[in-house]
Design a protein. Structure first.
Length: 303
């Protein structure tokens, strides 16, 4: 029986440019959030307040993302051998739950107001929403480069992206109210923003929960991984195969390879190289066995 453990540079680690972009986006978003709350109160627009609420979740998401990145930098120690990278996923899950709460509150508030048709000052509403759109576009451009390397940054990016659509909706609502006097459109826009947020939030929460449950990361086809390992020269069978992620871009794999005649050292090297080249999995642990061990009762068993 032989064991092999491979560590290679891990992709997807947010660097200084991503953090700088987050800081700038946080400053822009938090500043305008205050202005939008004041504008929503003055104009009486629920849609504008709804957009301000999403600005608040944007601000919280950006702040939590930055805090998680700082915590994730802490070195590995004897109690946390994987370090603190999981904090980024906890932050993403928290942001998703926060978005759920805000969206449900906005839907409830809109339902309460939809029959009342309160007065709405459309022109100030239009001005504030237009400025918000500019702020969101700038923030999106800042975060776009880092969204594919970190689920945490992606969550913040999606928050801002959704809020940009919310600003567009408020602008459309303000124009309609200005031209027609239909103040009920304000509540309708607020409902539309809330309904738009919920499915996107579920996607983010589902991805976060999958990582927290040590599920197979999105984008990794486990059947293809099995096939690639079985195709290695000398491998008779495999078992105890596990693929999981500590955080975004930090995928790990462990497996037992059964090879009665193969060279354990060569097989370990070949398996690690194949996983890195084909699947971008750089943290690989391989156990080579001459005969099946007790873990061979199930392909993915955890005994």
């Amino acid at each position: 029986m032989s064991n092999g453990h491979s560590h290679a540079p891990v992709l997807g680690k947010p660097g200084a440019p991503q953090q700088r972009s987050l800081w700038i986006a946080l400053a822009l978003t938090s500043s305008f959030m205050i202005a939008e709350v004041i504008g929503g109160v003055i104009t009486g627009s629920l849609a504008l307040i709804s957009d301000a609420a999403h600005m608040f979740t944007d601000t919280a998401a950006l702040a939590i993302a930055l805090a998680a990145m700082q915590i994730a930098k802490r070195p590995v120690d004897a109690r946390r051998t994987f370090g603190y990278h999981r904090f980024e996923i906890l932050a993403a899950a928290f942001n998703a739950l926060l978005l759920f709460g805000v969206a449900l509150y906005i839907l409830y508030e809109a339902w309460q107001r939809i029959s009342e048709s309160p007065s709405v000052d459309s022109l100030p509403m239009l001005v504030v929403a237009s400025i918000g759109l500019v702020v969101n576009v700038i923030s999106m451009r800042l975060l776009a480069s880092g969204k594919d390397g970190s689920l945490n940054v992606k969550g913040a990016y999606l928050e801002v992206w959704s809020d940009m659509l919310g600003s567009l909706g408020v602008i459309v609502g303000a124009i309609v109210i200005w031209l027609t006097g239909w103040t009920w459109v304000d509540s309708l826009i607020a409902v539309a923003i809330g309904l738009w947020v919920l499915p996107r939030t579920w996607v983010l929460l589902r991805a976060s929960i999958n990582i927290l449950l040590e599920g197979v990361p999105e984008g990794v086809d486990l059947a293809r991984v099995e096939k690639a390992l079985l195709s290695l020269e000398g491998v008779e069978s495999i078992h105890d195969l596990h693929v999981w992620a500590i955080s975004s871009g930090k995928t790990s794999l462990s497996v037992h390879l059964v090879s009665p005649e193969g060279d354990p050292e060569a097989l370990t090297h070949s398996a690690s190289e194949t996983m890195a080249r084909t699947f971008e999995i750089h943290h690989v642990t391989v156990q080579v066995e001459r005969v099946e061990c007790s873990q061979a009762k199930a392909a993915h068993g955890y005994a």
